[in-house]
Design a protein around this ligand. Sequence first.
Ligand code: SR1
Ligand code: MG
Length: 421
Amino acid sequence: MQAAMKKRADADELLSIEGIASYLDTRPLLADRLSREREFEAREVGDGNLNLVFIVRDSAGASLVLKQALPYVRVAGPTWRLTPERAGCEARALRVHGLLAAEYVPAVYDFDEDRHIIAMEDLSEFTVWRGALDGGERHERAAADMGTYVARIAFGTSVFAVAPTEVKARAAEAVNPRMCEITEDLVFSEPYIDAERDWFQGEVTQDVDALRADGCFLAAMAELKYTFMTHAEALIHGDLHTGSVMVRHGATARAFDSEFAFYGPVGFDLSCLLGNYVLAYVRAVVLGQEEHAEWLRTLPRQTWDAFCAEMERLWPSRRDQTGCPDRYLGRWLKNVCSDTVGMAGAELCRRTIGYAHVADIESLPLAGRATAVRAVLSVARRIVVERAGLSDLESVMTATDEALRATTSANVRAPRAWRSR
Ligand code: SR1
Ligand code: MG
């Protein structure tokens, strides 16, 4: 009894810099990762919304990351409880995705189920893509890398590559209801009602009210939420925004933080990327960063083209060639495109008028921020309602340009792309 209580108390203990050396002593799988001299240097680097993250380095320079899921939402504090079991979902996704797309995810070294701690590859020589995009950096291959990554996991975890009975068993095992609930609430529900957790600047109130009063928009959003909740296609990342991607010149981009992973619609991962490309683009336009904006504008196409190319490469190896004829791929891609476009609209709304905003917009000067949010809401509304008619991601950028043209003031310099049209 006492031993069980002690185990429970250890399990509840949060990692601290002081406790890391003794923690490592309890993990045989990590014994060879860091030198046994045990002269560690550790720092806490978690800057996301949810977890504790430590980088641990030994005196010989070897390093790893320890990530512990807190039992609450870090940014909100202990009152917003959240299951630490999500660490198991993340470890599973990292392992499965690692088998299918090793070059696009951090390697997992160990998973401590009792204390919800994942030990993984240290990517501290990489930088978070959102910051890089906002800082004007170009990582030329990152958008295509993420398209390839999404295709690999879409194909490799779905009925295209796995027996249907096995897919159902894996989907049941990977069920992640509490994390899905966060997405259902924060992405697909709360921004469209007057929810307590929503916030935005007063200048955009009219735009928000108009969006929330638009019956066509609300019905289309309900359809997207239904798809998110019911369309168990593949083991998706579940939160693939630009803050979940690490980049470094000369290396493949890496998708991390897959604690929202579950069997869901493939278009959801692509939509998180697309929505955040639009946010980075709008920011660059509002700041008058013409050349950078021109480049950002190409990201959706780069991701989509790489996604399609990888799906086409893998397609001949699908397991059911008869039930799944060659020509079905085109229809499947069309549906994924429609989900991607519509769900990107939800991502745009939730990042500007929901709970979890992003630096792309929040670090703009006040006046520019209102302009940006107006344009973002306008394009979001349009792509949610018109998604079936938008046949590629390029159309989303065209719609974004139109929204920007209608909302930006004369002192915002339009990218060259607009002027030639
Ligand atoms: C309460 S968590 C808020 C957001 O942070 C995560 O990164 C997800 O995007 C989630 O929606
Ligand atoms: Mg995250």
